[in-house]
Every structure is written in structure tokens, then in C-alpha cells.
Design a protein around this ligand. Structure first.
Ligand SMILES: [Ca+2]
Ligand SMILES: [Ca+2]
Ligand SMILES: [Ca+2]
Length: 453
């Protein structure tokens, strides 16, 4: 009997050891000015905006920063400045980067979203995607996210609450435009960039299996997480949080209001969100990770199986750095967060980008890479010196085309994979860190870091 109990004890210990990942934090870089948006890019760098108009790339291992652009038109007023950023889903080809920032048109505070091209290590060719969004010292929205060729843009009510219910205004909305600023033909109101309305100040967006999740600041009550649906009204300012007061219930019925899937009173000042589903932290699986400003904690919001609701809300312990502005999850399972502790006017630069990881986790991500459409490839050896072998498991995906891209986003070589096992020669390229982008004959794309020693 004792022996059986001992075996059960050992088994339970092993199980708990497997799920008890060692969450460790590491300040990758400090002395920053409110890194408002973090993007983990295919060049294995954390791209970020700073409120004063600077766009930077952070190499997360060394902490080296490469400042690639300064948008000199940026004007800071209160919460306004340079805010949201996203990259084209197939970045670096095309090399499009989208940024939302506030500026002055005469004496009027405005916001625009601009598309740039990342060429030769800097941003160039600015092209306005959408302009004349009203801005204010508070409630400027500004998260950006792309799905296919369409760009989603959150706009705040810019402190005029009633605008959120006005479908002829672009404030207090989630907008959806084609990447060049034109209106998609399948938007809910023909010729209008509106996708959803009744928003107060949306501060986070992420797609999870095709569903758009959004975080939004309530007034002194009812911060929200919503699932954004085409053409739905999210209530503000007539409804705060759930449709649970008498006046709200009438409005909700009459106005096709979608309720949040979670609401917080007192408020946390919910901010950037991303999705986690990686074996480094098994407990975080299939959860939203959410940064909060006022509450100054990092949360995980466990989604239900259908990903239509939140099953549990848990504070991730051991993450204590003051106000948290944004979060992004890297494909290797590491989580990056940014703080928002500098004074809004920029008199002190005290913000940080922090990496959250498990040092005991063994990364097998180089083995059996999967294309988006299910094909499997393998690159070995990597790192390498003069050549490496790419194996493609299923010949039905051949031929595939590869491009090797340097950290400036420039293609240094390319070629075709015609056989299931092809040797790629790297003798002509300088030692360093690159990405190999492989597109198979079914348009499946995978991008993987490759190191030439
Ligand atoms: Ca982000
Ligand atoms: Ca709402
Ligand atoms: Ca309510």
C-alpha cells in the first residue's frame, strides 16, 4: 500500500512539475518613453512605437535598439502622441508598416493612420490611409490590426461620448479599410469605413481563429472585453458593460447591442491584448494575455472551448513593473510587455520592455515546421556555416520558393525548392542572422530564423 501511495505521489509530483513552468522576467531595455505598441516581427525583433514619434526595433537577446524612423509631425497632448502600429501580415513582402499618430491641423488636434514602407532600414513613402479622425487629450483609440488585405483601426470618442452612436462620424468606432484606405465592398454600411460602433476607447485588439477580440476602457465602471462582430453596436454611451439596467435593456433590444463577454467594476484600465497558445507556459494555453494600466497587472483570460466566452480571469503572478501598456507573444512562446510609467509629457523616460519566459523550456521549434496549410518542413543544420538542407515532408507542396531576408528586411538571395530535400548554399552571404521565407505551391508561407555562422 505504501509503495502504491509513493508511486502516486511521484506521478503527481511529475505532473505538477510539468505544468509549473518557471515564469521569469527580464528587463530587455529601459529608459524608454511609453512604448505604446509592441509587434513581434518576422525579423525576430520586437518593433515598437514611442509616444514621441519614434519607431524602433529591439533585438531581444542583446537589448540593442535600432531607431528606424522619427515621425516629426507627431504632437503629444495628454494621452495622445504616436500610438498604434501593425505590420502587413506578409511582411516583409510587402514591406508595409501602418502607424496611428496625433498631430495638429492648425490648432485642431487630429489623428491619422499612415502606411510606410520599410526599405533600407528606415520607413519611407508615407501614404495616408485615413485622416481627420478627431483627437483629444483622452480617448484616442488607435490600436491597429490587419487581417488579409484589410486594416482594422480603433477610434476613441475623443471625449465627445455621443459621437460613438453617430454612424456618420468615424470616432467611437472600429473601422475597417483596405490597406490603401479604400472601403471594402463587404463593410456593413456601403461606402463607410465603419465595422462596429458604440465604442468609448478601445485599447487592445487581437484575432483568435478568425474572431476579433477587443479590450475597451469604461468610464468609472465597466471596462470590457468584446468579440467584435460586423455591424454591431457596442452600446456606449447608452450602455455601460452588460445590458443590465432598465434603460439599457430597452436600448440594447432596439439597437442590436452586443454585450461584452467580460466587464470589470471597479475598472482596471484594460489595455493591450494578445493570444497565448504555446507549450512554454501550458497553463496559459488558449488564453488572452492582457496588460492593464491602473491595475498594473498582467492577466490571463482563459477562453472557453468554442472561444466565445471567458472561463476564468487570473492575474499572472510575478509581473510587477507598474502600469502596463501593451503585450505581444513571440512564436517561440516568450511574452513581451511594455510599461507606461513616464509622465505623459515626456519629462522623464523611465519605461521598460520586459521579456517573460521559462528558462527551463527546451525549444524544439526548428523541428517539423508547419506551413499555414499543414505542410511540414525542416531546416538542418541551423545555425550553419556554408549550407543547410531543407526537407519538405509532402511532395504535393512542391515546388516552393524561398527568399533569405536580412535584418534590414532586404532579400539577399532566393531560389526554388523542386525536390523534397534540397541543399541551400549560403557561401555568398555574410555571417549573421537572417530569415528564410518559404512559400509553397499552395500559397502556404512559413518564415523561420536562420543563422549563418
Ligand atoms: Ca501590439
Ligand atoms: Ca460596450
Ligand atoms: Ca450596464
Amino acid at each position: 500500500m505504501k509503495k502504491i501511495l509513493f508511486i502516486v505521489f511521484v506521478l503527481l509530483s511529475l505532473l505538477s512539475a510539468k505544468t509549473n513552468a518557471q515564469l521569469t522576467t527580464r528587463v530587455v531595455r529601459d529608459s524608454l518613453f511609453i512604448p505604446w505598441d509592441l509587434v513581434y516581427a518576422p525579423d525576430s525583433h520586437v518593433w515598437f512605437t514611442q509616444k514621441n514619434g519614434y519607431v524602433c526595433r529591439l533585438e531581444p537577446v542583446s537589448g540593442t535598439i535600432d531607431t528606424i524612423y522619427h515621425e516629426t509631425a507627431t504632437v503629444i497632448q495628454g494621452e495622445g502622441g504616436m500610438l498604434g502600429m501593425c505590420l502587413h501580415p506578409n511582411f516583409p513582402s510587402p514591406p508595409f508598416v501602418y502607424i496611428a499618430f496625433n498631430y495638429l491641423n492648425g490648432s485642431t488636434y487630429k489623428e491619422k493612420v499612415v502606411k510606410y514602407q520599410y526599405i533600407g532600414g528606415t520607413l519611407s513613402s508615407p501614404q495616408i490611409v485615413i485622416d481627420n479622425i478627431n483627437a483629444a487629450s483622452n480617448h484616442n483609440g488607435s490600436r491597429l490590426l490587419m487581417q488579409g488585405n484589410n486594416l482594422f483601426i480603433t477610434t476613441g470618442d475623443a471625449t465627445t461620448a455621443s459621437v460613438a452612436q453617430n454612424i456618420n462620424a468615424i470616432n467611437g468606432k472600429i473601422l475597417r479599410v483596405v490597406q490603401d484606405g479604400s472601403i471594402p465592398t463587404d463593410n456593413p454600411i456601403p461606402g463607410s469605413p465603419l465595422w462596429s460602433w458604440g465604442h468609448r476607447n478601445p485599447q487592445g485588439m487581437v484575432f483568435v481563429n478568425g474572431k476579433l477580440f477587443e479590450s475597451e476602457h469604461g468610464p468609472n465602471n465597466d471596462d470590457e472585453i468584446n468579440i467584435i462582430q460586423k455591424g454591431r453596436n457596442y452600446g456606449w454611451p447608452n450602455v455601460e458593460g452588460y445590458c443590465d439596467k432598465t434603460a439599457e435593456m430597452t436600448f440594447c433590444t432596439d439597437s442590436n447591442v452586443a454585450e461584452p463577454i467580460n466587464a470589470w467594476t471597479p475598472t482596471l484600465a484594460v489595455c493591450g491584448i494578445d493570444y497565448y497558445d504555446h507549450p512554454m507556459f501550458p497553463l496559459f494555453g488558449k488564453s488572452l494575455i492582457m496588460a492593464t494600466l491602473k491595475d498594473s497587472k498582467l492577466y490571463r483570460l482563459k477562453l472557453n472551448t468554442a472561444q466565445t466566452d471567458i472561463d476564468s480571469v487570473v492575474v499572472i503572478s510575478g509581473v510587477s513593473f507598474g502600469r502596463l501598456r501593451d503585450v505581444c507573444v513571440a512564436p517561440n512562446g516568450k511574452i513581451y510587455i511594455s510599461t507606461s510609467n513616464s509622465s505623459p509629457s515626456g519629462s522623464n523616460y523611465i519605461d521598460k520592455i520586459i521579456e517573460i519566459y521559462d528558462p527551463s523550456y527546451v525549444d524544439n521549434s526548428n523541428v517539423g515546421l508547419v506551413f499555414k496549410n499543414g505542410n511540414k518542413i525542416n531546416i538542418y543544420p541551423n545555425p550553419t556555416t556554408n549550407e543547410t538542407t531543407i526537407t519538405i515532408a509532402d511532395a504535393a507542396y512542391l515546388p516552393a520558393d524561398y527568399t533569405i531576408i536580412n535584418t534590414l528586411g532586404q532579400a539577399v538571395t532566393n531560389g526554388r525548392l523542386a525536390r523534397q530535400e534540397e541543399v541551400i548554399r549560403l557561401g555568398s552571404i555574410a555571417p549573421g542572422v537572417y530569415h528564410i521565407r518559404i512559400e509553397d505551391n499552395k500559397k502556404g508561407v512559413t518564415t523561420q530564423k536562420i543563422v549563418k555562422e
